[in-house]
Design a protein around this ligand. Structure first.
Ligand code: ZN
Ligand code: ZN
Length: 275
C-alpha cells in the first residue's frame, strides 16, 4: 500500500474536507516538499467562496518547507538537496517562452490556470492533474523540475520566509513601480499584509513620511503599521483623511499613493480630484 498524505481539500464553495491522498513516487527529475508554512492570501478568501472549476483542489500558494525527497536530476538542475529549507513560488513556468526569457514568468501560459484548466499554478490547480499535490494546505507538495524555488537564507525562520510573497509585492510596488526612495512622502491605503509590507519597504528605502489609512476595523493593523515605522495612521471613518494628510505633510501632500485596499480605490477622492 502506498504512503498517504493528509491534505485539506476544497470540495465545494467555502467547503473543506480533510482527506488522505496517495504519496506519489518521486521520479528522478522531481522532488517532494514537506510544508512548514502555508500563507493565506487575500485572493484565497475570494477564491474559497467560488464554485470548483474541476475536481477538488488543495489551496495554498505561499509555501515554505523542507525538501523531503529530491531526485538526482532535480538536485543537479536546481542546486538543492534533501533537508534544504525553501520558499516555493506559485508559478510553474514552461521555461522556454518569451515571458520566461525576460524573467516575467508569471505571465507564462503554462501557469495561467484561469484560462487553461491544464495549466498548473500552486494553490489553484485541481487534483484532476496528477499527482494532485498542488497546494500548501497539505503535509506535502509535489515539485516538478520547473518548480521555482528559493533557498531560505540561514538565520531566517520558516515563519519569516512565509511572508516572502507580500514582502516581494511591497518591494515591487513601493520601490520599482512607485519609485519611492530617499525623502519620499508616501500614502499607503489599506494596512493588510500587502500594505504593511509596503510600509517596511518604503521606510527601508529612506522615505521621509509614510502615512497609512484604514477603517475602524483596522485599528489593530494600524498599530502594527506604526510599529513597522509608519509616521502617521488615519482611520478614514473617524477622521478627515485629506485634511490629516495635508497636515502631516506640511500642506504639500504626498509624492506616491499605494492602493492596497481591495479595490476601494479611494485615492482620487482623498486627494480631492473627484471632490
Ligand atoms: Zn497570493
Ligand atoms: Zn513559459
Amino acid at each position: 500500500m502506498s504512503e498517504k498524505v493528509l491534505a485539506a481539500l476544497k470540495v465545494g464553495p467555502s467547503t473543506t474536507e480533510l482527506r488522505e491522498l496517495d504519496l506519489p513516487p518521486i521520479p528522478d527529475d522531481a522532488a517532494l516538499m514537506k510544508v512548514e508554512v502555508a500563507g493565506v492570501c487575500g485572493t484565497d478568501v475570494s477564491q474559497y467562496r467560488l464554485p470548483l472549476r474541476g475536481g477538488p483542489l488543495v489551496m495554498g500558494h505561499e509555501n515554505v518547507g523542507y525538501l523531503a525527497r529530491v531526485g538526482r536530476t532535480f538536485a543537479a538542475h536546481n542546486g538543492l538537496k534533501e533537508g534544504d529549507l525553501v520558499f516555493l513560488e506559485h508559478y510553474l513556468p514552461c521555461g522556454h517562452c518569451e515571458w520566461d526569457h525576460i524573467g516575467e514568468y508569471r505571465h507564462c501560459a503554462a501557469t495561467e490556470w484561469f484560462y487553461d484548466p491544464k495549466a498548473i499554478r500552486y494553490g489553484y490547480t485541481s487534483t484532476d492533474i496528477a499527482p494532485g499535490l498542488w497546494g500548501g494546505f497539505s503535509h506535502y507538495v509535489y515539485l516538478p523540475l520547473n518548480a521555482v524555488l528559493h533557498k531560505v537564507p540561514d538565520g531566517l525562520t520558516p515563519e519569516e520566509a512565509g511572508v516572502a510573497t507580500p514582502m516581494s509585492n511591497g518591494i515591487q510596488w513601493a520601490l520599482f513601480d512607485g519609485g519611492i526612495g530617499y525623502a519620499s512622502t508616501v500614502l499607503i491605503q489599506g494596512p493588510g499584509q500587502q500594505g504593511l509590507c509596503c510600509v517596511m519597504a518604503s521606510k527601508q528605502a529612506g522615505a521621509d513620511r509614510v502615512i497609512v489609512t484604514g477603517t475602524s476595523k483596522d485599528a489593530r493593523r494600524l498599530e502594527v503599521a506604526k510599529a513597522f515605522g509608519a509616521d502617521d495612521v488615519i482611520d478614514v471613518e473617524k477622521e478627515q483623511a485629506l485634511a490629516r494628510i495635508l497636515d502631516s505633510t506640511g500642506g504639500r501632500g504626498v509624492d506616491v499613493v499605494l492602493d492596497c485596499t481591495v479595490g476601494a480605490g479611494t485615492a482620487p477622492t482623498l486627494l480631492g480630484i473627484e471632490a
